[in-house]
Design a protein around this ligand. Structure first.
Ligand code: ADP
Ligand code: MG
Length: 750
């Protein structure tokens, strides 16, 4: 279906302008142009406050000229205004001071002396360009200019400028907002009335949304504030609807996939395991368990996300699901993000299962199974055994890293895949899995300790059902956190080490976490890519008064060598050989090490209940959620946890506030929200900052929660009656182009 929306822009504006649109904004069709919405609106006569400008911005400002001077660049002599016409071929600098009534802004124009006769004091004009700093003065250098009360204007221009609001578009120096405005006006004036609306009429009426043509008029040429909000609201809904329709269709496809039903059976491993559990399940664990069992009973693959705080007991939930599948004659795989974690999971599962994992061994329980481990660092023999156990079905449970998916590993009957701490488990990975289990797709359970607001989960994990563990197991001790401003209060840092010593004195253990390894001197780059929340941390870095490299494991271990000389201190980081890492971790877990100085390798999954204290050095170098994750490593047993966030920053800085937020609450959802609010939408969705057009222009997955829920509902019902959207051609073609444009890339990242 072709509509006016698909027509090429060059049919409306000049070929040159059309090319600029294509080059600069990647806009080629009428539809694309019309959905280039204003960034903000300028009320007639309103001056943009200059103090909101920031160096580096591409800004459009509205100002009134206060003063103009023209100088010769050769002699630096000022040129009287009456003489500027003679200078048109010589080197000049025209400086214009404009004001918003409170603040001044300087404009610098090279070799355009005639501007001085146009931009006379009192003239109001729009200026656009990049905000720069020159000798401590904020400037626009060679900005585009549009005089607002110009005399010789065309009829159309006069009409355009008389409007109560001027739209200001995301623009560049090459394609200023005025050009965009003019082009949009031309397109709007020549548009047919019967444009197909992607939002079906019935829904528009029910949700009280503007029709497409009216909304386009109002978003670009509003008469009132209400026009703007009505129009924006409609387009937000449209974006949400398209996104949710894609997700609903995808759900329909996955729902149609086949899986082997694995109904819960009595008297097997699961029952044995439950009987032997040294604690009782929390209500949440039991409930989520039931949800999972219900999923496993269906002949379609489960796609469930299990989220829960660090220490909320996700592993037990996952293990019960795995056992249930094994009871059915199937196999389960647990995938961890790193080898260290895979190894640890293997140990944990083996320990929890006890004789239930001792198949074929003396003393093994009757229907015991085997827990296999498959990592890259296994020697050839061990690897062969593990592969054989997987292929023969002898191993009911196989633990490994994600690499296991790509490997030539075969399974006898793969029924369930549990993915730990992985946000990217998408279409491709699922395909790889299906290939390992014949026609049937295995059930999938994804676990994460990074809580995600509901709408983000719905968007990014769109086709997964979500289960959440909200409570921590009883008997868990709360973690107390404080910020230690090391520069302002060096005595507090001393006190921190004293605390570590006290804890060790009580028989407990401690972690000291550093942002860097530091085993080579060459530079201070983040060697392990440790700063997972990199962008944010990077932004904050510019705030630093102190441009020193982050503190390293090596530095700290040298310094602590003296302070804690009588304690058993060891280091752990990603560049140690695998067996050494393992040995260190094993000694720490066995209580043979008092203090472990480490990078974030200990971030996820490490479980040493006797560890009570964590000191995080240069804590400001980590993101909020990462700090929260790290902190979850302590207070896992009966011992109250203590987390000290050491920073050189001063209390007034923004990063310090972030640390205070982390110290003030242990509610992961709250922190996740704080974290997300400081990010840009694209980052929230994990979209690369590619500059590509996003299909979400006005919609915010954080702000527009209610609207997204409504759209999800609508999409679900549309797709359930009409999966191919045969009756909704306009919506169908929108969905189609959204899928083709890569602008929905984030939807693939589940
Ligand atoms: P997560 O993976 O969610 O971070 P784990 O599954 O590793 O959490 O559980 C953390 C600790 O709590 C483990 O030592 C586990 O044995 C223990 N645990 C799990 N469930 C319970 C429960 N219901 N009661 C007491 N302890 C529990
Ligand atoms: Mg875990």
């Amino acid at each position: 279906m072709k509509t006016d929306m698909d027509r090429k822009l060059r049919d409306f504006v000049g070929a040159k302008t059309a090319k600029t649109f294509a080059d600069v904004l990647d806009i080629e069709t009428v539809g694309e142009l019309l959905r280039h919405y204003p960034r903000r609106y300028l009320r007639k006569g309103e001056l943009t406050p200059f103090d909101e400008l920031e160096v580096g911005d591409q800004a459009t400002v509205n100002g009134r000229v206060k003063k103009v001077t023209v100088r010769s660049l050769d002699t630096k002599a000022e040129i009287p205004l009456v003489e500027v016409s003679k200078w048109s071929r010589r080197k000049t600098l025209t400086k214009v001071v404009v004001t918003d009534g409170k603040h001044d802004l300087e404009l610098a124009f090279f070799n355009q002396p005639w501007l001085a006769t146009k931009l006379t004091p009192g003239t109001a004009a729009l200026f656009w360009g990049e905000v720069t700093m020159f000798r401590d003065i904020m400037q626009l250098k060679g900005p585009g200019t549009e005089i607002l009360d110009d005399e010789d204007l065309t009829e159309a221009e006069i009409e355009r400028r008389a409007r109560p609001f001027r739209p200001l578009y995301p623009a560049t120096a090459k394609l200023p907002t005025a050009t965009i405005e003019r082009s949009i006006k031309i397109v709007l004036d020549n548009l047919g009335e019967d444009l197909e609306d992607p939002v079906p009429e019935l829904i528009r009426r029910k949700e009280k949304l503007l029709g497409l043509v009216e909304a386009l008029q109002k978003v670009h040429l509003p008469d009132t504030e209400k026009d703007i909000s009505d129009a924006q609201n409609r387009f937000r809904f449209e974006e949400a609807l398209v996104m949710q329709t894609i997700l609903a269709q995808r759900r329909a496809v996955t729902d149609a996939l086949k899986a082997v039903a694995r109904p819960r059976t009595a008297g097997g491993l699961l029952d044995e395991f439950d009987k032997r559990l040294p604690f009782s399940l929390t209500d949440g664990q039991a409930e989520v368990g039931e949800e999972i069992f219900a999923d496993l009973e269906r002949p379609h693959p489960m796609h469930r996300l299990l989220q829960g705080e660090v220490g909320s007991g996700k592993t037990v939930v996952a293990l019960r699901a795995m056992l249930s599948v094994v009871d059915n004659g199937g196999q389960a795989v647990l995938l961890a993000p790193t080898e260290v974690l895979a190894t640890q999971h293997h140990k944990t599962l083996t320990r929890m299962l006890g004789d239930l994992a001792e198949q074929g061994m003396l003393g093994g329980a009757d229907h015991a199974t085997k827990v296999g481990l498959l990592t890259g660092s296994l020697n050839a023999a061990a690897r062969r055994t593990a592969m054989l156990d997987a292929a023969s079905g002898a191993a009911g449970i196989v633990v490994g890293t994600h690499a296991l998916l790509e490997d030539k590993v075969q399974f006898a009957d793969l029924g369930l895949v549990v993915v730990d701490e992985q946000h990217r488990f998408g279409v491709e990975q699922r395909a790889a899995l299906s290939a390992k289990s014949g026609d049937n797709t295995p059930h999938v359970l994804v676990m994460t300790a990074t809580p995600i607001p509901r709408t983000v989960a719905m968007t990014v994990f769109g086709d997964l059902s979500v289960s959440t563990l909200t409570e921590l197991p009883a008997g868990r001790s709360p973690i107390q956190s404080s910020v230690v401003p090391a520069k302002q209060r060096p005595d507090w840092l001393e006190r921190a080490w004293a605390r570590v010593r006290e804890e060790v004195g009580k028989g407990h253990q401690a972690y000291v976490v550093c942002p860097r390894i530091g085993d080579d001197v060459k530079n201070a780059a983040d060697e392990e890519g440790d700063l997972a929340d990199g962008d944010e941390a990077l932004d904050e870095r510019s705030e630093k008064t102190l441009a020193r490299p982050p503190i390293s494991v090596v530095q700290v271990s040298e310094a602590l060598g003296e302070i804690l000389h009588d304690l058993r201190v060891e280091i752990l980081h990603g560049r140690l050989p695998a067996d050494e890492k393992d040995a260190v971790m094993t000694r720490f877990a066995a209580g043979e090490v008092d203090v472990l100085i480490a990078t974030t390798v200990i971030e996820v999954g490490v479980d040493v209940p006797n560890a009570s204290t964590m000191v995080i050095m240069d804590a400001d170098r980590f993101g909020i959620s990462q700090l929260h994750q790290l902190r979850g490593r302590v207070g896992r047993g009966k011992v109250p946890g203590l987390c000290l966030l050491v920073t050189d920053l001063w209390e007034s800085s923004r990063s310090y506030q972030r640390l205070s937020a982390v110290a003030s609450t242990t509610d992961g959802f709250e922190l996740s929200r704080i974290d997300l609010e400081t990010r840009r939408e694209g980052d929230v969705l994990g979209v690369a900052q590619s500059g590509k057009r996003s299909s979400l222009k006005l919609l915010s997955v954080l702000r527009d929660e209610e609207l997204i829920f409504t759209a999800r509902h609508v999409a679900q019902s549309l797709v359930s009656v009409d999966p191919e959207l045969a009756d909704y051609p306009a919506l169908r073609s929108f969905v189609q182009s959204a899928l083709e444009s890569e602008s929905t890339e984030y939807l693939e990242k589940t």
